[in-house]
Every structure is written in C-alpha cells, then in structure tokens.
Design a protein. Structure first.
Ligand code: HEM
Length: 252
C-alpha cells in the first residue's frame, strides 16, 4: 500500500511507466467481465484510452459545448438535494445573482464555494484505495522490490502530513488567510499519472455547475435537523458509500 502524497506521486507520475498496469480485483473483473478501459492492460488499454479521450473531446465539442450541456442538465437536477452553508449562497448571490446560469469562469470568483466542493471530495473519499495498479515488471521502488502483478492500492486524501485537520470537514484546507482558494497538491481524488481518471474535467465541471445552480435557487434542510446526519459511510471498503437522507429543498 502506498501511503501519502509523496509516495503516490513518485510512483504514479515520476515512475509512471512502471506502475500503469491495472491490478486485477476479482469483483471488478466479475462486474466488467474483463472488458473496458478501467480493467484492461497492455495494447488493448492504450487503444481504449486513446479512443475514450478522443470520444470525450468530440462528445463535448470542446470545453464550451460540454459546459453548455451541463448547464442544461443542471436545470433539471434542481429537484435533488443536500444541506449547505448560507455563506456559499451569499457568495453565489453576490457574484452570480439569480438570473443567469453559473459557468466555469465564475469559479475563481467563488473561492469559498470552490473550497467546499474540494473538501467534500476529500472528506467523502469515495474511492479510498483508488483502483489498484500493478507493476508491469519486477521493479525497485524506495528500496523495496515490487514483483510484477502485485496489486498496489494507495490512499492520500487523509494524510496527516498533508492536511491540517485530516479527519474533520474543514474547507479551510483549501483557503488561505485572505479567503482565496489555495491548491493542495495532495488533492488527488482522480489519482495522477498515465492511468488517472479520464472523466476528471467532466466530473469537476458537473460538480461545480450542479452545486452552484442548486444553491442559487434552493435552501436545503433535513427533517431531523443537521445533527441527525451521520457522516460515517453506510458501507466502506473499495468505496465509501454515504448514507441516504430525506432532504427538503425550499425555493429561495
Ligand atoms: C467525482 C467523480 C469521479 C471520481 C472521484 C473518479 C475517480 C477515479 C479514480 C480514482 C480512478 C483510478 C485512477 C487510477 O487508476 O490511478 C478513475 C479511473 C477512471 N475513471 Fe473516474 N472518477 C470520477 C468520474 C468519472 C467520469 C464522469 C468518468 C467518465 C466520463 C470516469 C471514467 C473513468 C475511467 C474510464 C477510468 C479508468 C482509466 C484507466 O484505467 O485508464 N470517471 N476514476
């Protein structure tokens, strides 16, 4: 298991050619029947990866087309919910108002909202061990010999060295003392290197536009009050699955 940003970056980015193999998890093989980009290796993976990236580009007709498409989708999604702080709504009201759709340009003017979205992804850590990689041949890494085909999961979003309060939900992890958005290189929910998530830009655009547009139009609450929310996942193993709650969306 590779632990912490330094080790993960060194393996997935600096020594990427050795680590791009996909580890063979029995349940993933069963679900995918061994087919598809996520589970493939070798020449098949290279071709599928090139094809997928090209298709995603065509599908989005470039960044702008994809943005408009997500804006349209977000209009339909406003019926879905969660509870967020007034501070985000205040920031959104000041920067965007209520009469136009948010776009990706707005992100730099919404540092608090952006920090909350990053912190949600860090704290939720939906794929805590990422998807395992394996070494393509026997390799040496930090003085250890890693034999070919040994699976190496890794985790980094909760490192004590990288985060001031790793076990608390704390948007300050992504803000400087002036309230500006601050990047943290250890924020790698999509992994890094040659095998990283091909859907990253689509997913990040969706997270931003959906969430901002929901908060623009609704205030969220839950029937039992915020203290009834249990942050411990309902199921935790390969994935962390959050619990389900009935949420009330009140038009603003
Ligand atoms: C918040 C949403 C998402 C998260 C947190 C996420 C996270 C990840 C992670 C951690 C990996 C493993 C990377 C590695 O092996 O080093 C991955 C791989 C992958 N993701 Fe995502 N992902 C998200 C959304 C998406 C979307 C929207 C798509 C499709 C458009 C997608 C398609 C894929 C594919 C095909 C792979 C396998 C890539 C390969 O093996 O070369 N993901 N993702």
């Amino acid at each position: 298991v590779l632990v912490g940003y330094d080790a993960v970056k060194e393996a997935m980015v600096d020594q990427a050619d050795d680590f791009t193999g996909r580890g063979q998890l029995p349940f993933v093989i069963r679900v995918t029947k061994g087919y598809g980009l996520g589970i493939s290796n070798g020449e098949r993976w290279h071709q599928l990866r090139r094809f997928t990236l090209a298709t995603l580009r065509d599908f989005g007709m470039g960044r702008k087309g994809m943005e408009e498409w997500i804006q349209e989708e977000s209009k339909h999604l406003r019926a879905r919910i969660a509870e967020f702080k007034e501070k985000m709504q205040h920031e959104i009201d000041v920067v965007i108002g209520k009469n136009r759709c948010p776009n990706m340009e707005d992100r730099k003017s919404l540092p608090f909202t952006d920090a909350v979205i990053h912190e949600v992804q860090r704290f939720l850590d939906i794929v805590p061990f990422s998807v395992p990689h394996h070494a393509l041949h026997d390799i040496s890494f930090r003085g250890y010999t890693i034999p070919k085909v040994l699976s190496n999961p890794y985790f980094i979003l909760i490192g004590e060295k990288e985060w001031a309060t790793p076990w608390s939900f704390n948007p300050q992890h992504f803000l400087d003392q002036n309230g500006n958005f601050k990047k943290n290189p250890a924020f790698l929910p999509f992994s890094a290197g040659k095998r990283s998530c091909v859907g990253e830009s689509l997913a990040r655009m969706e997270l931003f536009i959906f969430l901002v547009s929901l908060l623009q139009h609704f205030t969220f609450s839950c029937t039992e009050g915020p203290d009834s929310i249990n942050l411990i996942p309902e199921y935790s193993s390969f994935a962390n699955l959050p619990r389900r709650y009935q949420i009330i969306a009140t038009p603003r």
